[in-house]
Ligand binder design. Structure first.
Ligand code: SF4
Length: 212
């Protein structure tokens, strides 16, 4: 089991809950605005999983956000989340949306309480430009979204989720309308990335949320 790092307390990662945040190694994408590049390139030898589980046990943490990198690329993700759920902890997963089958497996095992799904662009061209990955398409994102939206627990409940889009280019209202139509979504929060003054043409992460 491998966890790259963790934040003991977060007031912003898990909507409505105070959580700890666990970071996993590695990502299949290479976003131009990556907010955690050190996790994407860092070798996976660094592992704080013992410290992380000790901390949440000792401090009676009842909610954890798992983020990365891309958590679904981790060979340990099922094991990590299962262990948290066995401790009766609510789990939120942040994902880039490119692993619909892995996400489906987690859902089918009732292992997720909240999902934050990244939308990298409103078209395949935009997604591939910004992620620098020629295999990731809007259709794959829509399959992931559909898995989330159609999932029902054995009690018939849906899973809480949000779509997050980093506004890295200017879109027209029609682009959003078209996307919302194809994804059958009425609204989603935006995380706006202002330009970083120190690095021209790059952007930095900033946690501003708007609703359109
Ligand atoms: S999906 Fe996330 S972690 Fe991976 S490269 Fe993009 S921004 Fe970075």
């Amino acid at each position: 089991m491998s966890i790259a790092d963790f934040t003991p307390v977060s007031l912003i990662d898990y909507p409505g809950k105070i959580s700890s945040t666990a970071f996993t190694h590695g990502c299949n994408l290479n976003c131009r605005f990556c907010h955690n590049p050190e996790l994407v390139v860092q070798p996976s030898s660094y592992n704080v999983s013992s410290d992380f589980f000790d901390y949440i046990k000792k401090n009676n943490i009842n909610a954890v956000t798992i983020t990365g990198g891309e958590p679904l690329i981790s060979p340990h993700i099922f094991e990590i989340i299962k262990k948290l759920k066995n401790m009766n902890i609510s789990v939120k997963l942040d994902t880039n949306g490119s692993f619909p089958e892995k996400l489906k497996t987690l859902l089918q095992n009732d292992l997720l309480d909240y999902i934050a799904l990244d939308l990298k662009g409103l078209s395949t061209d935009d997604i591939q430009y910004v992620t620098r990955n020629k295999n990731y398409t809007l259709d794959i994102f829509l399959v992931t979204l559909n898995e989330i939206k159609t999932y029902k627990t054995f009690k018939g409940e849906t899973v809480n989720f949000e779509i997050r889009h980093t506004l890295w280019k200017a879109y027209y209202a029609d682009d959003f309308s078209q996307f919302l139509k194809s994804s059958k979504t009425k609204r989603y929060p935006l995380e706006k990335l202002p330009k970083d003054n120190s690095t021209k043409n790059q952007y930095r992460w900033k946690n501003i949320r708007q609703t359109i």
